[in-house]
Design a protein around this ligand. Structure first.
Ligand code: SAM
Length: 255
């Protein structure tokens, strides 16, 4: 995907060699930690100089992302925000980590999950892939990406292809009817149900219609305390489709 994105000319990826921004004969970019202890620490000067050497930000906006297990956990909302900015610099360390002062150079810190990699390269590949596929023109069918899990705030439905029956497991009949509206409804219900079963935490931030909230409650979902009552919302008839209600727990004033 990353190669496809680059070849399309819609995504430019530049790799900066920090050794070009050192001033010692060994071109060292890391050093021993003050206070002792195991591991090497990425130095602040090469990173600062590399950032200063970059061309001006695209459309005057740039995010400098520090990849660190101590950052905010990456999610699709954050990926969307970064795609909108369009100019993203990734910085990361290896071994024991980074000089703490590198943090002052970043606009945000991101972790790809609660586990430790030996270096930030795989994290960078994860983030670049997630960003590149959302750049318009990279995916053959961007609409397909828009129905993926998390894009709609919930998990995606399941999908099937031929054969119709495999070892007694049958494709849901609705998917074979050719009735587009019924299929859409089936997929939406399936997506809601699997979100309820696997990731009920997502439902509390999802955009749901009043009918969906009632339907989910009948399936055993309890909306978070303080969420708007579904009965309090009116149908938006002019839009021709049911109005979605953002299910959100009321936040205490002192939060
Ligand atoms: C071994 S880690 C350093 C961990 C650091 N001592 C700590 O405990 O926070 C080396 C580098 O890998 C990258 N890294 C490791 N795990 C990561 C994660 N979950 N998300 C993003 N980057 C990660 C970071 O760039 C980090 O500087």
């Amino acid at each position: 995907m990353i190669r496809v994105a680059r070849d399309s000319g819609r995504v430019e990826i530049r790799v900066v060699n920090l050794r070009e921004f050192t001033d010692d004969p060994h071109r060292s970019i890391d050093d021993y930690p003050y206070g002792g202890g195991p591991g090497m620490i990425l130095k602040v000067e090469p990173v600062a100089r590399a950032l200063e050497s970059l061309p001006p930000p695209l459309r005057d906006r740039r995010e400098v992302v520090l990849l660190t297990p101590q950052g905010a956990r990456l999610d699709q909302t954050m990926v969307r925000r970064l795609v909108d900015v369009g100019d993203v610099v990734l910085a990361f360390g290896r071994y024991k980590g980074l000089d703490e002062r590198i943090r002052s150079l970043a606009t945000r810190e991101i972790s790809i999950g609660d586990y430790i990699l030996s270096g930030g390269e795989p994290a960078a590949v994860v983030l670049v892939d997630a960003l590149a596929r959302l750049v318009p023109g990279v995916l053959g069918d961007l609409d397909s990406a828009l129905s993926d899990s998390f894009e709609t705030g919930i998990l995606d439905s399941g999908y099937y292809t031929r054969p119709e029956v495999y070892r007694g497991m049958r494709v849901p009949r609705t998917l074979l009817t050719g009735d587009h509206a019924r299929i859409l409804r089936h997929r939406r219900e399936e997506a809601l149900l699997r979100t309820l079963r696997r990731r009920p935490d997502l439902l509390s931030g999802a955009s749901l219609t009043r009918e969906e909230i009632v339907w989910l409650q009948a399936k055993g979902w309890t909306p978070p305390p303080g969420a708007k009552s579904p009965g309090g919302e009116s149908e938006d008839k002019t839009a021709g489709r049911p109005r979605r209600v953002k299910v959100q727990a009321r936040r205490d004033k002192d939060e």
